[in-house]
Design a binder for this molecule. Sequence first.
Ligand code: HEC
Length: 127
Amino acid sequence: MLRTIIAAALFPFAVSAAFAQDADAGKRVFNKCVACHAIGPGAANKVGPELNGLIGRKAGSVVGYNYSDANKNSGIVWTEQEFAAYIRDPKAVVKGTKMAFAGLKNDKEIADLTAFLKACAVGGKTP
Ligand code: HEC
């Protein structure tokens, strides 16, 4: 506990990036995805698959979306950790993916985006 307080005093940004996930901020980060991905009630596949219920979902599992073999055969389950690694550098985690996105490099943005995606359940309930 004392260690956490000291760390928080010394590295406020690092601590917030590691622990605080803000779904509202994540909704804004998702603006970087909307050109290709829909989420929420009635979300349909666009350039990329719809992302409702992503956290906990198996890679390549949206019915009716034409995935690359690289994605479909990746064996990934989108846990928070897998998603964080992927969205930082998609092509490094899924070699040969057709997702043309350079990646998010900011830890806080990744944490917030993860919180938003977690809150977007199967069926499209959004925060
Ligand atoms: C330029 C279009 C584009 C952008 C921008 C984009 N994506 Fe994608 N995304 C795709 C495509 C295309 C795929 C399918 C990849 C494949 O089949 O190889 C995909 C796949 C994914 C997958 C795997 C889904 C599954 O069902 O296995 C996730 C997760 C994902 N994108 C998240 C995001 C997030 C979050 C953002 C925003 C930070 C984002 N993408 C931005 C095009 C995009």
